[in-house]
Structures are given as structure tokens and as C-alpha cells.
Write a protein that binds this ligand. Structure first.
Ligand SMILES: Cc1cc2nc3c(=O)[nH]c(=O)nc-3n(C[C@H](O)[C@H](O)[C@H](O)COP(=O)(O)OP(=O)(O)OC[C@H]3O[C@@H](n4cnc5c(N)ncnc54)[C@H](O)[C@@H]3O)c2cc1C
Length: 432
């Protein structure tokens, strides 16, 4: 297969496309605008904290098949860590309750009949919410499908806001239903939580780049594509900061950039092109402690904890770094950051102190707030309808990115699936 495949964007969609296409016979060039690949899932040296951190905590489930395939292909499976069991410790700060969701491994949900394994105070009738989500139509929101009760408040609402990064009142029930179909409804073996042991780049980027180097894929960082030339239904040239790159008849292009960049590059080129144009932010607050806290019980086993009745939703522990995630964070954008940080620290202490060997300090330690302003598209029914598929009217151009029509919300799994689909769309590989 002669010619060159240009992949534009070195986030998870672009990297997954490159890993999938490597060895297909075309010369592959990956163009990444930034200094490093990884996009919205990356690690970096933080001067303020004096250590390496991730832009944000990322949680994977064993149901994320495309991610695990990518990790296996890049030799990075061992760089993840997790409890090795479908265990999710939770605390409800409003109602002062603590529990560990302990899912049964198989498809039959025995856990719902065992009070010490399920959500406290849940009623079995509330499980109908899961069916309603899985059967949801395009216009329904998550709130339309949730039956009131502890199962919704203590599990489905936090699950929804983390998976969709959008409130339950506006979030698409169909998108959450797709996640439920692939994870919870498949049983605990599909819900094993995993996260990067050392860092996102160490798991998702560096091993992939090493693999791509062996496969002779050319990775060009600081290479921003500023325009595409198109003629007679094909992309014919890419404009870069260095000059114009011709795209020959046997060449192909995968555009794996964020939605706003794709819109600006394609608006004049593809009449009727649409892409999501509303976004939600995610706030991550990283605290650097004087010494690594020593967690107890299932908090020690999992390394993270879910918080209900708090601004903070998840607390992750990695050595001396304690990181907090707040999803759908646009609602906090106008709040004073110091006040927000002290409110969160207050909640973190209440949540963690009872399950740590030594209590956390009363005053917030060194901290770094990372606001990802456009962390994901707003996963509403209306925005979901704007997502294009991988094929375009330009025969040698395919689209990828978590914002394309993957049927999933904006996640690592969705991003990687889109990259692989783009490769299939261009006929460079066949689905196995
Ligand atoms: C804080 C945070 C927490 C998250 N948590 C989770 C989680 O727990 N679980 C989960 O599954 N997902 C999570 N996500 C979502 C996940 O990170 C994204 O869905 C995924 O990384 C998106 O990958 P992408 O390749 O589609 O886009 P991007 O990561 O945005 O990649 C696009 C790339 O294109 C490059 N680029 C842009 N313009 C150009 C140009 N003109 N030329 C060349 N290159 C260009 C960019 O620099 C970037 O590297 C989280 C996201 C954030 C921000």
C-alpha cells in the first residue's frame, strides 16, 4: 500500500489511529501541534508542586476494550494499577454514611441482594433505572430515567456526572445507557477500575511513542496544521507552520483534533459539517503532602474513593499526591479559587481521615488547580446529534476524536475507538 497517511493530532484518538495503522504499508506521519503528545490525557512537570502530575485523574473500566487492546499492542498493560476487583469505596458526606460497592464478577448481579455489598438504603425497584437508561431514546435526559432513591443519589448520579461530564438534568440518557450496557450490565468483570500507576503519559503516551518509533511512524511535535487544501473531493495539501505539504492521490488523512479545531479547518471545506460546540470543564485539584498518607481498608485496596454530597467527586492517592476531581465544573467557574480549594480540602479531610492511619493536616497543603475548560463536549441530546461519523465527503479524509459519533460520551475509550474506526474507514485495515 503506497503513499503517506497523515494523522493530525497526537491525543488518544490520533495515537490509537497511528498504532492501528502502523505496518499497513503506508508511511505514517503524525502531526501534533503541542510540544508533546497526549492531548487531554497527559502528565507534566509542575513547577508549583515541584513534581510530575497528570492534567487530571483518569479512571478506566475493564469494559474499555479498545483501550486495553491499545495498551496490549504498545506493551503498556502493566503500567496500570487498580484493586483487581470491582470495588468502589464511597462516602456520603451529607448523610454521614460509608460503604464499598462490591459488584459480583459475573453477569448475575448477586451483589444487589447483599446489603454489605450494595448501596445502603437502595430499593431493588430502583434497578429499573438501569433498564430505562439502556432503552433511552435520543431526546431523553438522565434525570428522565432515574427513579428517586438512594441507588440514584449514591451511585447513578455520581456515575453519570463522571461518565458524561454533564449534569443529570441535561445529560443524554442514551449516551449513559451505552456506558451502562458495556459496563454495569455486563457484571463486575467489566467494571474493574484501573488507572495509571505512575502517570498518564507513562501509560498512554510514552509506550505508544516507543512502539511507533519501532514501527517507523514519524511523529512530528510542534507541527500545527493550519489549513487543508481540497480539490475534486480530496484533500490535496496540508498547511503547516513550516510550509505546505502536498497530499498525493495515494495519500490519506485522519483529522484527530478537538471539535473546535476541526470546525475551523473544515467549515469552508465540507458544506453542512457539524460538530459539538458546547463544552464542559473538569477541575482537578492536586495537593502535595509532606508524606504519603497510609490508607486503610478498601481505600488502600482501590487507591481512590467516591464522594457523595460534596463538590469533590473522586479522591485519588498516588504517593504524596492527593488529587480531587470535580466534573461538569462550569457551575464553579465564577467561584473564588482559594475558597473553592479550602471547601474541597475540608470535605477531603472529612472523607479521608477516618480511613487513613494519620489524619491529614488541617490547613490545605501545597496545591495546584488544573481547570480543563473544554474537557469534553457537553453530552446533551442536542450536542450528541451534532457529532459526525468518521467518513467525510472528501474520499481521503476521515475524522476521529472523542467528539465524533462513537455512541459513547467523550472518554478515552470513545477517543481510541474513533481513531481505530478512522483507519477502517480509509480501508487501511479491516476490523478483526
Ligand atoms: C481532566 C480530564 C479528566 C478526564 N477523565 C477521564 C476519565 O476518567 N476517563 C476517561 O475515559 N476519559 C476521561 N477524560 C476524557 C479523555 O481525556 C478524552 O476523551 C480524550 O483524551 C480525548 O482524546 P482526543 O484524541 O479525542 O482529543 P485530544 O486529547 O484533545 O487530542 C487532540 C490533539 O490534537 C492536537 N491538535 C490540536 N490542533 C491541532 C492542529 N491544528 N494540528 C495538529 N495537532 C493539533 C492537540 O494538541 C491534541 O494533542 C478526561 C478528560 C479530562 C480533560
Amino acid at each position: 500500500m503506497a503513499g503517506t497517511l497523515h494523522i493530525i493530532g497526537g491525543g488518544m484518538a490520533g495515537l490509537a489511529a497511528a498504532v492501528e495503522a502502523a505496518g499497513c504499508g503506508k508511511h505514517i506521519i503524525l502531526h501534533e501541534a503541542g510540544r508533546a503528545c497526549g492531548g487531554r490525557a497527559r502528565s507534566y512537570e509542575d513547577r508549583q508542586l515541584g513534581c510530575r502530575i497528570d492534567n487530571g485523574n483518569h479512571l478506566l473500566l475493564s469494559a474499555n476494550k479498545t483501550v486495553f487492546r491499545y495498551l496490549a499492542m504498545t506493551g503498556a498493560t502493566d503500567t496500570l494499577t487498580g484493586p483487581g476487583a470491582p470495588l468502589f469505596p464511597f462516602v456520603d458526606l451529607k448523610e454521614e454514611a460509608r460503604w464499598t460497592l462490591d459488584l459480583s464478577r459475573g453477569k448475575v448481579p448477586w451483589w444487589v441482594f447483599q446489603p454489605h455489598k450494595r448501596v445502603p438504603d437502595m430499593r431493588l425497584v430502583e434497578l429499573r433505572s438501569l433498564q430505562k437508561l439502556m432503552a433511552a431514546t435520543g431526546d431523553q435526559t438522565v434525570a428522565d430515567c432515574l427513579l428517586p432513591g438512594a441507588f440514584s443519589r449514591r451511585l447513578l448520579e455520581p456515575f453519570a456526572i463522571s461518565a458524561l461530564n454533564t449534569s443529570c438534568e441535561t445529560g443524554s440518557a442514551a449516551l449513559l445507557g451505552a456506558v451502562v450496557r458495556e459496563s454495569l450490565s455486563q457484571g463486575g468483570n467489566a467494571c474493574l477500575p484501573w488507572y495509571a500507576k505512575d502517570g498518564l503519559s507513562e501509560s498512554l503516551v510514552d509506550p505508544a511513542l516507543a512502539h511507533l518509533a519501532i514501527m517507523q511512524v514519524e511523529v512530528r511535535t510542534q507541527s500545527r496544521i493550519t489549513a487543508l487544501d481540497c480539490e475534486r473531493g480530496r484533500v490535496t495539501a496540508l498547511h503547516t507552520s513550516e510550509g505546505v505539504l502536498p497530499v498525493m492521490t495515494e495519500d490519506a488523512v485522519i483529522l484527530a483534533v478537538p471539535a473546535p479545531v476541526a470546525s475551523s479547518l473544515l467549515a469552508d471545506r465540507l458544506p453542512g459539517f457539524s460538530a459539538p460546540d458546547e463544552f464542559e470543564s473538569i477541575l482537578n485539584l492536586h495537593f502535595r503532602l509532606d508524606q504519603a498518607p497510609q490508607p486503610l481498608g478498601t481505600f488502600a485496596q482501590s487507591g481512590f474513593m467516591g464522594l457523595v454530597g460534596s463538590i469533590a467527586e473522586w479522591v485519588f492517592l498516588r504517593n504524596d499526591i492527593l488529587s480531587v476531581t470535580v466534573s461538569a465544573a462550569n457551575r464553579f467557574a465564577t467561584q473564588d479559587q482559594d475558597t473553592l480549594a479550602s471547601t474541597i480540602w475540608h470535605d477531603v479531610r472529612r472523607a479521608c481521615d477516618p480511613v487513613l492511619k494519620t489524619a491529614l493536616p488541617a490547613t490545605p497543603p501545597h496545591q495546584r488547580i488544573v481547570w480543563e475548560k473544554r474537557a469534553t463536549f457537553a453530552a446533551t441530546p442536542a450536542q450528541n446529534r451534532l457529532r459526525p461519523g468518521p467518513a467525510t465527503a472528501l474520499v481521503n479524509l476521515a475524522l476521529a476524536g472523542d467528539w465524533t459519533a462513537t455512541g459513547l460520551p467523550a472518554t478515552l475509550e470513545g477517543a481510541m475507538r474513533s481513531g481505530v474506526q478512522a483507519v477502517y474507514t480509509l480501508g487501511l485495515r479491516r476490523p478483526s
